[in-house]
Design a protein around this ligand. Structure first.
Ligand SMILES: O=C(O)C(=O)[C@@H](O)CO
Ligand SMILES: [Mg+2]
Length: 259
């Protein structure tokens, strides 16, 4: 049976961030993920995790200037110092919060920019990150984002992140298989789950095309949850969906899996 982590950036949005930990535990989750911890001192988040006996399973490196269209700086040529400072800061939080995985945000690539230079910059920064995180046994993840939700991100297809993972070629670098993005771009989710088991070390779910609870739309999640068991996936499944209404009202699908 898959292990589900609540996503505190998309679920429980009706509450202030810090109050979402209690709501998550009350709803029966044992783990959480979220976009960024950086607005809070690590001790504040750590206290919530401990108080509610929750494990933190994933967060991201910083996004850069989101208002200007950025979504990560690790692939931007000329921003290496900032990218590496973000990587170092993510490591500090991961250690303080005992988190075993960090998603390294690549970047959006402006139209007309030199794509090869972005890729080369990303590979170099990922080598730096892999070396920094390896002694602590923390995994680094790459995630493909569909171009409707996140236009111009460095990679949109699972096959691009798998190729990038191979190019980076470090033992602690894997992909993060977000099945919502994968369905919009690649389809054939059964093939992705079966064929690439072991290369993705984190899964995220949402319905497609509307990114709501995994109980509607074109993806048959109960089939995929069984398939994840069949291929021996033992990582976490992050609930990165936007609830249709209040979060708890949409948790019927989760009832059989609650702690
Ligand atoms: O957008 C997603 O999907 C994510 O998982 C974010 O954490 C990064 O874009
Ligand atoms: Mg995702």
């Amino acid at each position: 049976m898959p292990k589900f982590a609540a996503n505190l950036s998309t679920q429980f949005g009706e509450l202030p961030f810090i109050e979402r930990f209690a709501a998550t535990a009350n709803a029966g989750f044992r783990a959480v993920e979220f976009l960024f911890p950086y607005d809070f001192p690590a001790e504040v988040i750590k206290a919530e995790l401990e108080k509610h006996q929750l494990e933190l399973v994933l967060f991201n490196t910083a996004a850069g200037n989101v208002q200007a269209g950025e979504w990560g700086v690790s692939a931007i040529p000329g921003r290496e110092q900032e990218a590496r400072a973000d990587i170092d800061r993510a490591l500090e939080y991961a250690l303080a919060l005992n988190c075993q995985q960090v998603h390294v945000m690549a970047a959006t690539v402006p139209n007309g920019a030199d794509r090869a230079a972005y890729e080369e910059t990303f590979v170099r920064n990922m080598h730096y990150a892999a070396e920094r995180f390896a002694p602590h046994g923390i995994r680094l993840l790459l995630e493909a984002l569909n171009p409707v939700t996140k236009p111009n991100y460095l990679y949109a297809s699972q096959y691009q992140t798998l190729a990038m993972m191979a190019r980076i070629d470090r033992a602690n670098v894997f992909t993060q298989l977000d099945l919502f993005h994968a369905q919009l771009v690649d389809g054939n989710l059964t093939h992705l789950i079966r064929e690439y088991a072991g290369r993705y070390r984190h899964i995220q779910i949402a319905s497609a095309p509307h990114r709501h609870e995994p109980d509607e739309g074109e993806i048959n999640y109960s089939y995929l949850f069984d398939l994840l068991d069949e291929v021996g996936y033992d990582g976490w499944v992050g609930c990165e969906y936007i609830p249709r209404g209040r979060t708890e009202a949409g948790l019927g699908w989760f009832a059989p899996y609650a702690k």
